[in-house]
Design a protein around this ligand. Structure first.
Ligand code: GZL
Ligand code: ZN
Length: 340
């Protein structure tokens, strides 16, 4: 088990832990200007988690799930850092975790590139790294395992869903004009969804992907990009949005432009994540389908960390279970069962 640990944190006095029941250390940006020692109960697994940001409903559900699982009651001391969608903040956070001698580093890398140096530093410091959600493009020996979602499969599922949808509508021979709102370029979810959908796109000579633009997984950027595409293209039949928040942004752009979308509209909207607000958008008739990307990683991540702490082995890759939802389903009742 871990020896009794002492950490030098810059902590507001109020956050000083009393006795040994550790509290979640605040992210360092909220630090007060003085050093305090925080003692962590020796039985707790100390985890530094560098999160991408709070850019989407999905991301917030992902954060909440991990915070709810990595609690002192469950045997963890969590140090949480929100990088506000900046890679340099994540690199800084990982270096901080190394200085604090955490037991494990969990990283959800905003993009796949640029991690070799800092993950080598973690390896040299003997601190195992677990990649969660997105992947880093590094040697496999720089991370212990990846708990993720199969974005390429999500993209392919969306392509096959569109095949069926168009066939049912008798439009399988029609020229279908499409655009894509891509997520943060270089992020695993963007790479996988774009590549997965493209595999099906290639099988249809009558599907015309007119343009792909980065919407950075946010609603605001999604709206901005969709406004540009609507100005540029008179005839858009399908919009592929690589997450729900960009789909909501696309709807915000389509409606004021006197265009229509969703199952009754001229523009079919396909999305990814399947957050609750996407169910609301399908029920409202604004979007057609959303491909699930399960953010509830907390329990599985806690299980992986405990297995490792007990000297056990874990799979190099573990995928979350995922499906899809569209307006042909009983969305009201499904929505009630959704945890995010
Ligand atoms: C998916 C995750 C993506 C979500 C977006 O694995 O990385 O990031 O699809 C989120 O909503 O911003
Ligand atoms: Zn058309």
């Amino acid at each position: 088990m871990n020896r009794l640990k002492k950490f030098i944190y810059i902590l507001p006095a109020a956050m000083l832990c009393t006795g040994c029941t550790a509290v979640e250390a605040p992210s360092t940006e909220s630090a007060a200007p003085h050093h305090e020692e925080v003692q962590v109960d020796e039985s707790l697994i100390v985890v530094g988690f560098s999160q991408v940001g709070a850019e989407s409903d999905w991301r917030n559900a992902h954060t909440e799930s991990i915070k709810a699982a990595l609690t002192p009651e469950n045997g963890f001391y969590l140090i949480f850092e929100d990088a506000q969608q900046k890679q340099e903040n994540q690199t800084k956070a990982v270096r901080n975790f190394i200085l604090q001698e955490v037991d494990y580093i969990v990283l959800s890398p905003i993009v796949e590139s640029g991690w070799d140096a800092v993950l080598q530093e973690a390896k040299d410091a003997g601190i195992p790294v677990i990649l969660d959600d997105r992947l880093a493009d590094v040697d496999e020996d720089l991370y212990t395992c990846w708990l993720g979602t199969n974005a390429e499969r999500e993209g392919e599922m969306a392509g096959h869903w569109l095949e069926e949808y168009l066939e049912d509508a008798g439009r399988d021979q029609e020229t279908i004009h499409m655009v894509t709102l891509q997520g943060t370029l270089g992020a695993t979810a963007q790479i996988g969804r774009t590549n997965g959908f493209s595999k099906v796109l290639k099988e249809h000579k009558n599907w015309e992907m007119m343009e792909m633009m980065e919407g950075d997984f946010t609603q605001a950027k999604g709206q901005e990009v969709m406004e540009e595409l609507l100005d540029k293209y008179e005839d858009i039949d399908v919009v592929i949005c690589e997450n729900d928040n960009m789909a909501f942004g696309a709807v915000d752009a389509i409606k004021p432009a006197e265009r229509t979308c969703g199952p009754e509209g001229e523009i079919t909207i396909i999305s990814f994540d399947a957050v609750q607000a996407a169910f609301d958008a399908m029920i409202a008739g604004d979007i057609n389908a959303t491909f699930e990307c399960n953010p509830l990683h907390g329990p599985k991540l806690a299980e992986i960390l405990k297995t490792l702490a007990e000297g056990g082995e874990v799979d190099k890759i573990s995928y979350m279970e995922e499906t899809y939802f569209d307006t042909t389903m009983d969305l009201e009742s499904i929505r009630e069962t959704r945890a995010y």
